[in-house]
Write a protein that binds this ligand. Structure first.
Ligand code: NBP
Length: 472
């Protein structure tokens, strides 16, 4: 029997769809899953009639693959990934290539690349974005590892990836754990945008008294604009239209207001703090999820403090797309991307990833959850100035900020008056206002630190390190 071109381990929702994608693109495949009944279910269901066979165990799996083997693991990050690597390693031979497509912590990938490559196996840590539909139809993929390992799977990945006008949504990211680092930051940006859109829904509902259908129409209008046309705005429009089949009321209003965070958002913020990147909009979105999970405490506190006073505030007319609110959404979305890109640039320098920012923007333009028309502007900004210190000083983005800052400020002020939390909007306002302020009040922080701890300070008018006896 002819050997298969491609092997897939882990028949979760992503694995199932990725192997169907590979097969559709001409790569006969073999699949292995820990629980064999799931393999049978797949082969007798959506995998039926395809050039996909099943393996009962890992020995059988590797025997069914042509050499050098190309194997994609789609299992949970952490110990599950280590367990699979450990189990399969005994069967691998020189030049075989393992690809981890899960959401692994980039430092775990660094370790695995070093370990596996020391045994003459190839190892790629690859971020995959697009959910189930993207995995099937064409995801955005972020592979990192040695260049030669990437070259060995380039033709497979370029066929499987989403395609946009300037190419497939996959490229070699860089060495070691760089692919997983880029995917982590992608998810951090995703956290930010999801929270931003949720804040705008909350304001339209509670400050403007709009119902889900009316709010959905605004998202529909925003999705027609260059600044906001994106997958996340598109699905927000759809989510708000969905009705509960039981009683025909808005389904969104029946969903528990608790959001989980599985790791990548947290890792984005931890990495930012470690590398000294300022990511307040992304951090605010993570914290909003943490706060949302404290449901019982929030319910109790609302009894103690009373509900926010309901007031009507004008956030622009619905038929005009609520201009100030759109300003807030556009600038906060820009801030999420700017902060994520800033973090990537710092990581690139610190970890020698040599990331190519225009290419990262390009592979996010299709297939992935944060795909948007703004990414074309981001790509152009980094192409025209490779050493751009921050997206918001690119002329197109600067112009957006100048035009839209009063709208964002109005939205934050209205929200404060109404007692409605808008953590991403207010963090963005502070981020932009801080970034464009030449002199911040940290001179006083430095004075206090020198006063109580003799930490010394620099002066604006003289070179050197200074100490003062402040308490006399
Ligand atoms: P799940 O993580 O839900 O399922 C993983 C599959 O791996 C299961 O079928 C499980 O088998 C199998 N598995 C094997 Br093989 N060995 C395992 C072990 N030692 N421990 C645990 N499970 C083992 O799948 P998923 O949602 O497709 O996600 C796969 C990876 O892709 C994750 O890292 C995820 O974070 C990442 N990811 C997910 C998405 C998404 O939208 N879901 C998007 C992008 C990336 P079993 O049948 O025996 O339990």
């Amino acid at each position: 029997m002819a050997k298969a071109h491609f092997g897939l381990i882990g028949l979760g929702v992503m694995g199932e769809n990725l192997v169907l994608n590979a097969e559709r693109n001409g790569f006969s495949s073999v699949v292995y899953n820990r629980t064999y009944s799931k393999t049978e279910h797949f082969l007798n269901g959506i995998g039926e009639g395809k050039a996909i066979s099943g393996a009962i165990d890992l020995k059988d799996f590797v025997n069914q693959l042509e050499r050098p083997r190309r194997i994609l693991m789609m299992v949970k990050a952490g110990s599950a990934t280590d367990a699979v690597i450990q189990q399969i390693s005994q069967y691998l031979e020189e030049d075989d290539l393992l690809i981890d497509g899960g959401n692994s912590l980039f430092s775990d990938t660094e370790r695995r690349v070093a370990e596996l490559e020391s045994k003459s196996f190839g190892y790629i840590g690859m971020g995959v974005s697009g959910g189930a539909k993207g995995a099937l139809e064409g995801p955005s993929m972020m592979p990192g590892g040695t260049k030669s390992s990437y070259t060995a799977i380039e033709s497979l990945l370029t066929k499987m990836a989403a395609q946009v006008e300037d190419g497939p949504c996959v490229t070699y990211i860089g060495p070691g754990g760089s692919g997983h680092f880029v995917k982590t930051v992608h998810n951090g940006i995703e956290y930010g945008i999801e929270q931003i859109l949720s804040e705008s829904y909350d304001l339209m509902k509670r400050v403007c008294g709009m119902n889900c259908d009316q709010i959905s129409e605004v998202f529909g209008m925003w999705n027609q604009t260059e600044e906001l046309s994106s997958y996340l705005v598109e699905i927000t429009e759809k989510c708000l239209q969905e009705k509960d089949p039981d009683d025909g009321t808005d389904l969104v209003e029946k969903i528990m207001d608790k959001a989980g965070q599985k790791g990548t958002g947290l890792w984005t913020v931890i990495s930012a703090l470690q590398l000294g990147a300022s990511v307040p909009t992304i951090y605010a979105s993570l914290n909003a999820r943490v706060m949302s999970s404290m449901k019982a405490q929030r319910e109790n506190a609302e009894i103690v403090f009373g509900p926010p006073h309901s007031s009507y505030f004008d956030l622009g007319s619905q038929s005009d797309g609520m201009p100030p609110l759109m300003d807030a959404v556009v600038l906060s979305t820009i801030a999420s991307y700017a902060q994520g890109m800033d973090l990537l640039m710092l990581a690139s320098r610190e970890y020698n990833y040599d990331l190519h920012m225009p290419s990262i923007a390009q592979i996010w333009k299709g297939g992935c959850i944060i795909r948007s028309t703004l990414l074309t502007r981001i790509q152009e900004a980094f192409l025209s100035k490779p050493d751009l210190p921050n997206l918001i000083v690119d002329p197109w983005f600067t112009d957006q900020i100048k035009q839209r800052l009063p709208g964002l400020a109005k939205v934050v002020s209205v929200s404060a008056d109404a007692g409605i939390p808008v953590p991403c909007f207010s963090s963005t306002l502070d981020y932009i206002n801080s970034y464009k302020t030449a002199r911040l009040p940290q001179n006083l922080v430095q004075a206090m630190r020198d006063c109580f701890g003799s930490h010394t300070y620099e002066r604006t008018d003289r070179i050197g390190s200074f100490h003062t006896e402040w308490e006399h």
